[in-house]
Design a protein around this ligand. Sequence first.
Ligand SMILES: Nc1ncnc2c1ncn2[C@@H]1O[C@H](COP(=O)(O)OP(=O)(O)OP(=O)(O)O)[C@@H](O)[C@H]1O
Ligand SMILES: [Mg+2]
Length: 356
Amino acid sequence: MTVTTPDTAATVEFRGLRREFGPTVALDGLDLTARPGELLALLGPSGCGKTTALRMLAGFEHPDSGEVLVDGEDVTRVPAHRRDAGMVFQSYSLFPHLDALDNVAFGLRMRKVRTAGRRTRAAELLELVGLADKGRSFPHQLSGGQQQRVALARALALRPRVLLLDEPLSALDAKVRLTLREEIRRLQQELGITTLFVTHDQEEALSMADQVAVMHAGRLEQCAAPAELYGRPATAFVAEFVGTMSRIPGRLVEGGVEVLGQRLPIDGQAPEVSATSEVDVLVRPEAVGVRAEDAGSARVVATAFLGAAVRVTVRLADGTEAKADLPTHEAAALVAGAAVSVSLPQRPVLVAERTR
Ligand SMILES: Nc1ncnc2c1ncn2[C@@H]1O[C@H](COP(=O)(O)OP(=O)(O)OP(=O)(O)O)[C@@H](O)[C@H]1O
Ligand SMILES: [Mg+2]
């Protein structure tokens, strides 16, 4: 099939992007690089600047300062129609009066591709996204998932050097979302096209991306491969935004932290830890051990069956709650109210400033 992208995938760089809207600082010095052919997920809470960053790459928005580079070339001031970016938006953005084929062909028409060439190419793209038989359907005759497939086909029609996806799955139900997630990833890898994918669904980001960039208040917190981001979060914000974390009070001591009567090494030093020795220790539920013990000072608050594991919420002696994931067979005795002891493995932990 002739549905190919340029021979070499593009490198995309944001350098010190800053953008204010009146009193709002949407981007506050964003630095980020997407490597050739990779899928980079932009993850972060609502309002942290994800869409603004994407629009700057597409050329729909311009920074107050900073630069956007594609393959080292400064495109900051290049208008949108001269940039090689295909974008799919959060809400369906198909033209309601055009059928699927014409929606896909629309961009080609704008670029003055011959009519015959347009039809062939639009049909190829619909086939690529699994909608070969829907060319004559109008948007209102298509499901949400099908509409987003058409939008994807339209974004790819001009063989863009970068593909920009702004929460393309957020309006879809859970099942369609999962399927389309896999399809987009497969297509992206087949085409080898550098892709920026905005989401605020961490599971989506971790499961699809080569690299995940976590943004917070217009800045980059951390950019890393999914396993590293999950296993070695650089900041407390990343640790708590990605996956589940419990905070257990601890005290900084020589060479480590004292927590739950144990002394553990610290994994790096979270920058927000101040001189005070009272800290919170951040732990994942799979790293928390809970054992039924009559003399234990903690109590089980609730249990939730997750399939292979049970998530047990315990209240520690000081009133703090923590979550632990235990193999289902180990959790049988842990009913609400049961006395338990709680422990952590002898591994480095992340500490953060005490929040209470
Ligand atoms: N055109 C605009 N005019 C005024 N404020 C804007 C404009 N565009 C964005 N903002 C503001 O800039 C901030 C960042 O917006 P942006 O849309 O980039 O966030 P986001 O991370 O995409 O959020 P969401 O996850 O909700 O889509 C927000 O506070 C938003 O209200
Ligand atoms: Mg957005």
